[in-house]
Write a protein that binds this ligand. Sequence first.
Ligand SMILES: C[S@@+](CC[C@H](N)C(=O)[O-])C[C@H]1O[C@@H](n2cnc3c(N)ncnc32)[C@H](O)[C@@H]1O
Length: 195
Amino acid sequence: MQNPWTEDLAWQAQRGLELGSGLCACEGHYHTLWGSLRIAGINNTMKGETPHLTEMMAPFLRDGMRVMIGGAADPGVLCGIGRIFSPRMPVFTVIDKCKAPLALIGEFAASRGIACRLLHMDLLDLDGSEQWDQIVLHYTADFMSASVRSRLFRSVAASLAPGGTLVCATMTGASECARLRNRRLRRCSSMKSAV
Ligand SMILES: C[S@@+](CC[C@H](N)C(=O)[O-])C[C@H]1O[C@@H](n2cnc3c(N)ncnc32)[C@H](O)[C@@H]1O
């Protein structure tokens, strides 16, 4: 039996082009071209962070958990998170403000028998009337202007069920990674000298 979380990048590029041409009005034909950029190796989805996410998410995974993915350009994040949960199966909701990726994810999920609700809405309009056990923001905040990010996190906080978890991947850049690494090293050496 086919692993439901194995992507078909050739199909996604072709179908993304077709669906995007009719449904995506985003800047730069974002969703129309996303699949072509991925199969060409120019864009990636979960990149190298899967091992870190797997380790960090491990204590929180439960079968049947309500997981919401906030912003998804294609089935990539759904599959990445699905693989981390596997063999557990969460109940997925994907939210995006563009209909094109939702249509693509809907066709993909139906072909794999994956239960996945699709909501066409702005994440900033989440008001807590529906809540999830886990919310995944995978580089979504980076694609919003800085002025609305605090509103995004207020909306997301309202939409987390009690005890829920937010999984948020953002770009930090090499200089920020180096700064954090140096800070950790400084702390370690001051702890050693205190012993
Ligand atoms: C960085 S992209 C892709 C995210 C993810 N890394 C991926 O590979 O699919 C961000 C996605 O968030 C969506 N998005 C951005 N702002 C949004 C908003 N305010 N509400 C809902 N979706 C939003 C975009 O349409 C896009 O599909």
